[in-house]
Design a protein around this ligand. Structure first.
Ligand code: FES
Length: 279
């Protein structure tokens, strides 16, 4: 099935050449977009001819253009998740030519620009593929399994209204930097989609790591480590050190955090058991 008549945003003739006279360069793309009506429905690719795509638009803006054309052709628009469109919220991830978030390193789907592609390119767009991320519709997946991990321990307990000002607690610079690097995780799920085991170690390690190294995270450190890792294991596959997760991560979360997770989990098993036996 083909959609798109070339009269949406962008005015190019599909040859992709920059004219240098004030006209915006455009691309003609061949898109293969995954369409799936629901989690239990069979899916299939929709082939879309997409001329006149401005080079300077983002990947999501390109999908907006495609959707406007589909609507004009009385075809249901493609469902995809997005919110901030600034690489912050983590909702926008899709597989682009087999890679989570596409070809650019350290770049979320919403930050990817069409100038990274060439005129005539075929682009295959699919949802993140993982059993724990069932397809909601088309390119949108359900990532609530991540929420279950956070709910199990990805927080600190401080009664509302009585929490001390965080600036009153000194934190060494190297510890603060380590925590901030972990906190850069936007929870997009690219790590899971890239992993051959669909493991969520990098996500969990980032969420665990930024709390477990800070003073505010110490009272619940060992309970948190055990709970988050075991919740993770109930939803996701196991890490076998492929390292694909960090390669796909738009925030370049380091594998070092997985080492911290493994260390804290082993310590937590011992400490929590000892505490239980003393209770
Ligand atoms: S839409 Fe928020 S990170 Fe892409």
């Amino acid at each position: 099935m083909s959609a798109g008549n070339g009269n949406g945003a962008g005015s190019g003739n599909g040859n992709g050449a920059g004219s240098g006279n004030g006209h915006q360069a455009t691309l003609r793309l061949r898109l293969r977009i995954w369409r799936q009506a629901g989690p239990d429905e069979p899916g299939a690719f929709l082939d879309v001819d997409a001329p006149g795509i401005p080079e300077d638009c983002s990947f999501l803006e390109m999908l907006d253009i495609v959707n406007e054309r589909l609507i004009e052709d009385d075809v249901e628009p493609v469902v995809f998740a997005h919110d901030c469109r600034e690489g912050i919220c983590g909702t926008c991830g899709v597989m682009i030519n087999g890679r989570p978030h596409g070809p650019e390193k350290a770049t979320a789907t919403c930050q990817l620009h069409m100038r990274k592609f060439r005129d005539g390119d075929e682009i295959v767009i699919e949802p993140f593929r993982a059993a724990s991320f069932p397809v909601v519709k088309d390119l949108m997946v359900d990532r609530r399994a991540f929420d279950r991990i956070i709910e199990s321990g990805g927080f600190i307990s401080a009664p509302t209204g009585t929490a001390p000002d965080a600036n009153e607690i000194p934190v060494p610079k190297d510890v603060a930097d380590f925590a901030m690097d972990a906190a850069a995780c936007i929870g997009c799920g690219a790590c899971v989609a890239a992993c051959p085991n669909s493991a969520a170690q990098l996500f969990t390690a980032a969420k665990l790591g930024h709390l477990n190294v800070l003073p505010q995270g110490q009272p619940e450190r060992w309970r948190r480590a055990e709970a988050m890792v075991e919740t993770m294991e109930s939803f996701f596959g196991s890490c076998t050190n492929h390292g694909e997760c960090t390669e796909a991560c738009p925030k370049e979360i380091s594998l070092d955090f997985i080492a911290v997770l493994n260390r804290d989990y082993l310590k937590a098993k011992v400490k929590n058991r000892r505490l239980a036996s003393q209770a």
